[in-house]
Write a protein that binds this ligand. Structure first.
Ligand SMILES: Cc1cc2nc3c(=O)[nH]c(=O)nc-3n(C[C@H](O)[C@H](O)[C@H](O)COP(=O)(O)O)c2cc1C
Ligand code: SF4
Length: 446
């Protein structure tokens, strides 16, 4: 084992390879299941928030926002215009749909009670009595499994009224989305939850003020919740120590593409991309050419840049991001123009269309990449791509437009010679390749 972190131990996946690990009986018997809840219910809500703050847990949904701080933004005693108390809601974002990202699905199917327990503790921490689990539309089997897990938690008294005699009431319901990537964006998710079109809302107001059904709400990722029981059970210090100075704990990384053992790995933060490739069985079918380190929207890195550590800050310093933990590995058989085009087609399809910069920009980027592939590109196009991206990033209602520019801009910047060659030689045909492996490897929209 090459984990160079003496403090590391799996927080979320210690038993995910064991039979029946998804059942409540297994969780209680082998993982001290729901003991953290018992402990948390004896703590004051503010103490739970403080513990999570000190643990340095950062949101695993993409942006890496500190979780404890997000919880502390929730108003203490919100009231409506008539002075009546307003309910507060907790929402689990299980809409995982970014190409290359598939870690949350493992938690859902193998250790759902860890996530449920984390949600109940979070509910207590923000003094909410109701949680929604928003599930990606395509996850039929996962939704069934989660419903069973919720039913079992009710049957054992971990959900419902007066949980473990503490006086705390908490209900959890599943809401199935219809399968749109944009519904993973937290405000689009809230709209969708309310039965409206899944379109992002302008912020402010932020969900902590006006969230689901107009009530103060807190949205967190599946993995974020699943980390909470460990923090409460073992203490913030142990969790914080496993990570780096500003990012506590472990990370679930879904490794796909040209490696011998693709899959989901729970790893310490202080590993480099090269280390992770080795853990995933090493390169398959060629030499390393490029890596997308955090889901499709994270800017690409070249092979010579892959010695970088995979914590949030190191990847940000390297001009990319840890994102949603989807590490896509490409060997030297991959044509970068074509691989990027595959991703751009995805984004073009998934833009909600509210902002012209995003709607038109993602469409034009996909068309330009296609033209270059078909032999109609010019050298000027390469600068034009950067110009379009410049007009998209930071100019729109949500971060989707920025996400589109991640692969588009980084591929031209990092592999410009490949684009130039393609323009010069009249597209993919001129390069002498007729079939691409990159479609299969990179378009891993699990
Ligand atoms: C286009 C887009 C898609 C997103 N998809 C997801 C998703 O599938 N799951 C998720 O947890 N967060 C997703 N996010 C991030 C959420 O908006 C939000 O930041 C996150 O759920 C907060 O949880 P965390 O603080 O635990 O990370 C997405 C963001 C954008 C802009
Ligand atoms: S940036 Fe794109 S996805 Fe986000 S609101 Fe605007 S059009 Fe919709």
């Amino acid at each position: 084992m090459m984990y160079n972190n003496e403090h590391f131990e799996p927080v979320i996946t210690p038993n995910v390879d064991k039979p029946n690990c998804e059942t409540i009986e297994f969780y209680i018997q082998h993982e001290n299941g729901y003991k953290a809840l018992e402990k948390a219910l004896k703590m004051k809500p503010a103490e739970v928030v403080d513990e999570v703050k000190k643990s340095n847990l950062r949101g695993r949904g993409g942006a890496g926002f500190p979780t404890g701080m997000k919880w502390s933004f929730m108003p203490a005693n919100p009231v409506d215009a008539n002075g009546n108390p307003k309910p507060k809601y907790l929402v689990c974002n299980a809409d995982e749909g970014e190409p290359g990202t598939f870690k949350d699905r493992l938690i859902f199917t193998k250790t759902p009670h860890r996530m449920i327990e984390g949600m109940i503790i979070a509910g207590h921490a923000i003094s909410s009595n109701k949680g929604f689990i928003y599930i990606r539309g395509e996850w039929f089997k996962e939704a069934r499994l989660m419903q069973k897990a919720i039913d079992d938690a009710y049957a054992k008294g971990f959900l419902g009224k007066n949980i473990l005699g503490s006086g705390f009431n908490y209900d959890l319901v599943i809401y199935k989305g219809a399968g749109a990537y944009i519904c993973g964006e937290e405000t689009a998710l809230l709209n969708s939850l309310e039965g409206k079109r899944g379109e992002p809302r302008l912020k402010p107001p932020f969900p902590a003020q006006v969230g689901a059904y107009g009530m103060p709400s807190c949205v967190n990722n599946v993995e974020t919740f699943a980390a909470v029981p460990y923090i409460i059970e073992k203490g913030w210090e142990k969790y914080a120590k496993m990570g780096t100075e500003r990012s506590g704990g472990t990370r679930m990384i879904g490794v796909s593409g040209h490696v011998n053992k693709p899959g989901v790995y729970e790893l310490p933060m202080n590993l480099s991309i090269n280390d992770i490739i080795e853990i995933a069985g090493g390169m398959k079918g060629g030499k390393l050419k490029a890596v997308i380190p955090g889901g499709a929207s994270a800017p690409m890195l070249r092979a010579d840049e892959c010695n970088v550590l995979t914590d949030y800050d190191s990847l940000a310093k390297a001009g990319t991001m840890a994102g949603s933990g989807g590490l896509i590995v490409m060997n030297d058989t991959v044509n970068i123009v074509e691989a990027t085009y595959t991703l751009l087609k995805f984004y073009e399809h998934e833009s909600c269309g509210q902002c012209s910069q995003c709607r038109e920009g993602s469409h034009w980027l996909a068309r330009m990449f296609k033209r270059i592939l078909d032999g109609g590109g010019t050298q000027d196009d390469l600068d034009y791509i950067a110009k379009i991206c410049g007009n998209m990033a930071g100019q729109t209602i949500c971060a989707f437009a920025d996400a589109v520019t991640g692969p588009a801009l980084s591929s031209v910047r990092k592999f410009r010679e490949e684009f130039e060659e393609m323009v010069m030689k009249g597209g993919l045909k001129g390069i002498g390749r007729t079939e691409s492996v990159s479609h299969k490897m990179v378009g891993a929209h699990v």
